[in-house]
Write a new protein. Structure first.
Length: 232
């Protein structure tokens, strides 16, 4: 099976959406370790067994995306998820880990705000660095098209994708010609779960706004079509 080059109808970009990613792409690309972005790594927060091969694959990508309360490998721990991060995709309710604000001036921070469609307060937590320089992702060009692709109704039904799936969606929209290596998304194999177990920090409940069985189906489609490569 060859790598997918055509999107199904619900994943096609409209003109406004394409224009948004065209504007965002130069900014995100400026955080890459190479001029040509041929491969990106998109890392979720599922606890994973050590793997030097996986960690090396992540760290050798041209651009590395991580999500919310991520962790990275420490010098005294076995290689598992690598030590690089170039782009952080997060939401306002993030529980920062020791790595979240580390070297924040050297990263791009993309904040998603799907809750603003219905109820979310726009207040910024006082403990965030005042010069974080985050970019707020517009719901019209990001959250709503993804909702349509997975069969959710963000605007009326209060259903939207998890931040990890939004991260994967953004990465593949920004760099459709690059190879995308993804890892650490527990819902791919466990869409029935009702709580998240994180690589760092305590477990938390799957929010009522999420339908992770729909997300699993969407990402499985990308894996099966080889649009993305999933690293176990």
């Amino acid at each position: 099976m060859g790598r997918a080059t055509e999107l199904i109808e619900s994943e096609q970009m409209g003109s406004d959406e394409a224009a948004f990613y065209d504007r965002l792409r130069p900014l995100v690309s400026s955080y890459s370790r190479s001029k040509a972005i041929r491969r990106v790594a998109v890392v979720g927060n599922q606890p994973l067994e050590p793997s030097a091969e996986r960690a090396a694959r992540i760290d050798s990508a041209d651009l590395v995306f991580r999500v919310n309360g991520f962790r990275m490998d420490a010098d005294d721990s076995p290689p598992t998820v690598g030590t690089r991060v170039d782009v952080v995709v997060f939401n306002r309710g993030v529980r920062p880990t020791p790595w979240f604000f580390e070297e924040y001036t050297e990263r791009a921070y993309l904040m998603i705000e799907p809750g603003r469609l219905l109820w979310e307060n726009p207040k910024i937590p006082a403990f965030w660095p005042p010069d974080l320089g985050m970019i707020s992702m517009p719901n019209r060009e990001v959250v709503l098209p993804l909702g349509e692709a997975m069969g959710a109704d963000p605007r009326e039904g209060g259903q939207w994708a998890t931040t990890g799936t939004v991260m994967l969606w953004i990465a593949t929209r920004l760099f459709p010609g690059a190879q995308t290596d993804a890892t650490g998304f527990s819902f791919v194999d466990a869409p029935e779960q009702t709580s998240w177990h994180h690589a760092f920090g305590d477990p938390s409940a799957v929010g009522a706004e999420h339908r992770i069985e729909w997300e699993s189906k969407l990402v499985r489609r990308w894996i099966d079509s080889e649009r993305i490569t999933y690293l176990a």
